[in-house]
Design a binder for this molecule. Structure first.
Ligand SMILES: Nc1ncnc2c1ncn2[C@@H]1O[C@H](COP(=O)(O)OP(=O)(O)OP(=O)(O)O)[C@@H](O)[C@H]1O
Length: 272
């Protein structure tokens, strides 16, 4: 399904991604972990063609997507939707219009400028918002929503493209633990129910272990681990993060607690 061969990106003398290779033979949820600067974002950006690779091949269903140009390249970008840490919504625009922007690639600029969307697209946008539990906010400006709600709007916008792959670059890095959990639950459900592949850069080990079928560890641009969450032991994690014997997993934890526990902690915090 997906084959990555010796994928490399150099910025001058700095090799951000160094001959990364792996294959994915069925839809799955993959977490990419590694310390800051390991090359995780650059990898996703190459995959989505936001940045050009220096060397290597990236075959999706037999086609090298790195060679695509013009309409074919845009078609791939539509098949391979990306969500970002900072959501990238239009803050003053209402939620449903933000979601409808996901159809931009297959629509004329004028129609998009004047918000002329076919009725069936509007219905589909509302259905997707409902699925993500945020349809009640459809008419609000995006900026009026919490971070977690905004990230779910961004996921809804991605789903409007009906992508085969969803790339998520640190999707929960700006969120509190409860919202982080809601967003990760949504991504997992989209994989489970729709069979879409999800590849997420994650800065926390516990999230990768909890939500992913497979974890890829990057260090200095290279893939140094590729296995199941069960194989991701503390020793392996220490190697990925290049840490010493004092390495603590808590340092990479989002501490996602269960909602009841979080509510109790919040209430206690307000009381003091
Ligand atoms: N546009 C760029 N120009 C020059 N160097 C870059 C550029 N983008 C990334 N780099 C460099 O490439 C390396 C990998 O960066 P990248 O952002 O991919 O890492 P990362 O693992 O995603 O880190 P973080 O979690 O901090 O985002 C770093 O050394 C970074 O400084």
């Amino acid at each position: 399904m997906l084959t990555v061969e010796h994928l490399t990106k150099r910025f001058g003398a700095n090799t951000a991604v160094d001959r990364a290779s792996f294959t994915v033979d069925r839809p799955m949820m993959i977490g990419i972990i590694g310390r800051s600067g390991a090359g995780k974002s650059t990898f996703l950006r190459m995959m989505n063609r936001l940045t050009d690779a220096t060397e290597g091949r990236l075959l999706f269903e037999g086609r090298d997507v790195l060679q695509l140009k013009g309409a074919e390249k845009r078609g791939w970008q539509s098949d391979c939707a990306m969500i970002f840490q900072q959501f990238n919504l239009v803050p003053r625009m209402d939620v449903v219009s933000n979601v409808l922007h996901g159809t931009l690639a297959r629509r004329g600029t004028l129609a998009t400028m004047f918000n002329l969307y076919p009725r069936e697209d509007i219905h589909r946008a509302i259905d997707i918002l409902e699925r993500l539990g945020i349809a009640a906010h459809a008419a609000k400006r995006a900026e009026a929503l919490s971070g977690g709600q905004q990230q779910r709007v961004a996921i809804a916008r991605a789903l409007m493209q009906d992508p085969k792959v969803i790339l998520a670059d640190e999707p929960i890095a700006s969120l509190d633990p409860m919202n982080a959990q809601l967003v990760m639950d949504s991504l997992r459900r989209i994989h489970d129910e729709d069979g879409r592949t999800v590849i997420a850069n994650l800065h926390t080990l516990d999230t990768a272990r909890r939500y992913c079928d497979r974890v890829i560890g990057m260090r200095d641009g290279r893939i140094v681990f590729d296995g199941t969450p069960a194989q991701l032991t503390t020793g392996v994690a220490r190697d990925i993060y290049g840490a010493g014997a004092d390495f603590s997993e808590n340092a990479t934890s989002t501490e996602i607690r269960d909602p009841v526990a979080t509510a109790i902690i919040r209430a206690a915090e307000v009381a003091v």
